[in-house]
Design a protein around this ligand. Structure first.
Ligand code: SAM
Ligand code: DTB
Ligand code: SF4
Length: 324
């Protein structure tokens, strides 16, 4: 029996019920992967992968208490607060990332919200990175409607703002802001005409219902987020989640497959946690519908895969990087 999974080529659904998505997670693994891969093939060249490079433009000292994060000022993780990196250094890093094959350059700051005093330098970064022929992405915390418009005018292609988990589980993970505030910033980004990058984290002790709930919120956005990062928790010493029990990797694969099924035309990014995953598990994620990764030795503060290891893996799997 074929459940309605939004397979219409030109008409993705935005009316998912959480129970329907929870039902996808309950399918036998092979059935779920088969369904997801079929939808993947309908919409994408399954041998192409979008490659984003990540830089932390402002590290540490963040006012929020996200229980997974090395950069929160609330926890003693050994990450010291640093100043914002000057725009010319950020642009130089982007030039290197482009030479290494990245198509998109994602700039992240450990801010609760963007402050107007930082707007000029952020705008300079967007213009400089764009001039290199890279797609631009920023993740700077909460934005006002006016700030989102300014970023759009500067030429920002994507804004990353994750909902992280289900609305129900969210208060167990972050207490310094509300789930609704995340949605409000995403609305400002959407209204400004910037592409949305929004996803979450698995492996924080959430239930399947929470993973399904997170995907329900994302899949009922209209349009769907153009980019959906699925992060596997990288446990950070000193954070409340340092000892979170490791998630069965097949649950990560299932989350990627379900994301592919409910958001057929979005890039689904296999994000943080690749360094902790086997190459076989990553290949399963690529089969299930993941068609984007972060490249480079470092994420924001945590280690990522060696670029040479990624190049070898992509070669063995016949995956080619998308042009930026
Ligand atoms: N401060 C901004 C914000 O929170 O929107 C931007 C940077 S924040 C580090 C970007 C995202 O990275 C978070 O929303 C979370 O989903 C992910 N992330 C952070 N730390 C992580 C970890 N230890 N493991 C997995 N994902 C993580
Ligand atoms: C996203 O979803 N994952 C990236 C990016 N958006 C900004 C960040 C991952 C951070 C992993 C932990 C670290 O490096 O501190
Ligand atoms: Fe701050 Fe973002 Fe880390 Fe939360 S995830 S503590 S908002 S840097």
């Amino acid at each position: 029996m074929d459940a309605p999974t939004g397979t219409g080529k030109d008409d993705p659904r935005h009316d998912w019920r959480a129970e329907e998505i929870a039902g996808l997670f309950e399918l036998p693994f092979n059935d779920l992967l088969y369904k997801a891969h079929r939808v993947f093939r309908l919409h994408w060249d399954v041998n192409r992968i979008q490659v984003s490079s990540l830089i932390s433009i402002k590290t540490g000292g963040c006012a929020e208490d996200c229980h997974y994060c090395s950069q929160s000022a609330h926890f003693d993780t050994g990450i010291k607060a640093q100043k914002t990196i000057p725009a010319d250094q950020v642009i130089a890093a982007a030039r290197e990332a482009k030479a290494d094959g990245a198509g998109r350059f994602c700039m992240g700051a450990a801010w609760r919200e963007l402050k107007d005093r930082d707007l000029d330098s952020v705008v300079e970064m967007i213009a400089g990175v764009r001039a290199l022929g890279l797609e631009t992405c920023m993740t700077l915390g909460m934005l006002t409607a006016g700030q989102a418009e300014t970023l759009k005018e500067a030429g920002l292609d994507y804004y990353n703002h994750n909902i992280d988990t289900s609305e129900e589980f969210f208060p167990k993970i972050v207490t310094t802001r509300a789930f609704d505030e995340r949605l409000r910033t995403l609305q400002h980004v959407r209204d400004a005409g910037i592409n949305i990058c929004s996803g979450g984290i698995v492996g924080m002790g959430e239930s399947r219902a929470d993973r399904a709930g997170m995907l329900t919120v994302l899949a009922n956005m209209s349009p769907h987020p153009q980019s959906v990062p699925i992060n596997m928790l990288v446990p950070i010493e000193g954070t409340p989640l340092e000892g979170a029990p490791p998630l069965d990797v097949f649950e990560m694969v299932r989350t990627v497959a379900a994301a592919r099924l409910v958001m057929p035309k979005s890039h689904v990014r296999l994000s943080a946690g690749r360094n902790q995953m086997s190459e076989e598990a990553q290949a399963l994620c690529f089969f299930a519908g993941a068609n984007s990764v972060f490249s480079g030795e470092k994420l924001l503060t945590a280690a990522n895969r060696q670029p040479s290891a990624d190049a070898a893996l992509f070669e063995r799997l016949g995956l080619k990087a998308e042009e930026g």
